[in-house]
Design a protein around this ligand. Structure first.
Ligand SMILES: Cc1cc2nc3c(=O)[nH]c(=O)nc-3n(C[C@H](O)[C@H](O)[C@H](O)COP(=O)(O)O)c2cc1C
Length: 207
């Protein structure tokens, strides 16, 4: 049995493209393994607060006041969910060339030295090895090739954040050109659907 952690980060609720593609991915994973357990963390509906001075003191130091205790508790809850997952499915729309700030805040709460990564003599070492991730990237425009590729702060950033925790088996599903007309958008969704089938088949074959 696999534990799946689904993370949504769109602010568009039921209209979210990445949200729909995350749901399709979960359905395909469950079809492949009906006993899978799924935990859903919807950062659009229930955002993780931005890191502030109180929160970082509570998470990385000895929590003192109420705000620090709450931040530590939230960090521990999110890390526990993450550690329990064998497979992560992350929905990440492109917002202003990067990831939604709520998703960045989630990483800020789970990237914890000594818990999800360590620094050693050889450099950083991710502690969450053995996990796999499927990351859905939705975009209005086109960034996967050509001059705009250098402006993509979404995919490379996510790859780095996951790698830093030791999650290196990552498959990206790309739905871009969503704002470039009906035809382009429909083609993007068809392509994303087949990328999902492929990603789940690869994951199943490696299990
Ligand atoms: C606040 C905001 C910022 C956006 N910034 C970009 C951007 O920089 N580049 C881009 O291609 N699309 C951008 N978009 C379009 C979204 O990436 C696109 O609508 C995508 O489908 C959103 O995913 P979702 O439907 O899951 O929310 C932006 C949308 C919003 C709401």
């Amino acid at each position: 049995m696999s534990n799946i952690l689904a993370i949504h980060s769109s602010l568009s609720g039921a209209r979210s493209v990445s949200g729909r593609l995350v749901d399709e991915t979960i359905a395909a994973l469950r079809q492949a393994e009906p006993n899978s357990r799924v935990v859903v963390r919807d950062l659009g509906a229930a955002p993780v607060p931005h890191l502030d001075g109180e929160a970082i003191s509570g998470i990385r130091g000895e929590p003192g006041d109420e705000a620090q205790v709450a931040a530590r508790a939230l960090s521990e809850e999110l890390v526990k969910e993450l550690k329990a997952a064998d497979v992560l499915v992350i929905g990440a729309p492109m917002y202003n060339f990067g990831i939604p700030s709520s998703l960045k805040a989630w990483f800020d709460y789970v990237l914890h030295p000594g818990v999800t990564f360590n620094y050693g003599e050889g450099g950083p070492k991710g502690l969450l090895t053995g996990k796999r991730a499927i990351v859905i990237l939705s975009r209005g425009g086109f960034f996967s090739d050509g001059p705009a590729k250098a402006m993509d702060s979404q995919e490379p950033h996510l790859r780095t954040l996951l790698w830093f925790m030791g999650i290196t088996d990552v498959t990206f599903v790309l739905a871009e050109r969503l704002a470039l007309g009906e035809q382009a958008s429909a083609a993007a969704l068809t392509s994303a659907a087949s990328q999902i089938v492929q990603a789940v088949e690869t994951l199943k074959a490696a299990a």
